[in-house]
Design a protein around this ligand. Structure first.
Ligand SMILES: [Zn+2]
Length: 113
């Protein structure tokens, strides 16, 4: 369950941001999660209270997130397509050569406190 590791990293980063901004108690954390990360939202929701309990400044925070679709740019025909829907294969020319444009990151969009 790699959601736990992702949440630990996120919690450390949020704690640092909160300290830099003099926020004692974060009330809300908003993430954007790339669909290539293979996150299972249910695991994220289940694991969050456990992780948050170990970081005093986010103990009472609510976790919100949205999943960002994975987009690729085909190296051979320049088509932009959804990597998950097409299993990483260009629907126009069937090439596997591509650049990943989005969907490979987890971004902390906003924290409130
Ligand atoms: Zn193509």
């Amino acid at each position: 369950m790699h959601e736990l590791g992702i949440l630990y990293n996120m919690a450390k980063t949020v704690t640092k941001i909160a300290e830099e901004n003099n926020i004692d108690n974060v009330t809300e954390i908003y993430l954007e999660i790339g669909s290539l990360k293979g996150i299972v939202p249910q695991f994220l929701d289940e694991a969050f209270p456990y992780v948050a309990g170990q970081f005093p400044c986010i103990e009472k925070a609510v976790l919100k997130y949205r999943v960002i679709p994975a987009k690729g740019l085909c190296d051979d025909c320049n088509a932009i397509y959804d990597l998950c829907d097409n299993e990483g294969i260009c629907p126009r020319c069937h090439s596997r050569n591509k650049k990943v444009l989005s969907g490979d990151d987890i971004t902390i969009v906003q924290i409130s406190g």
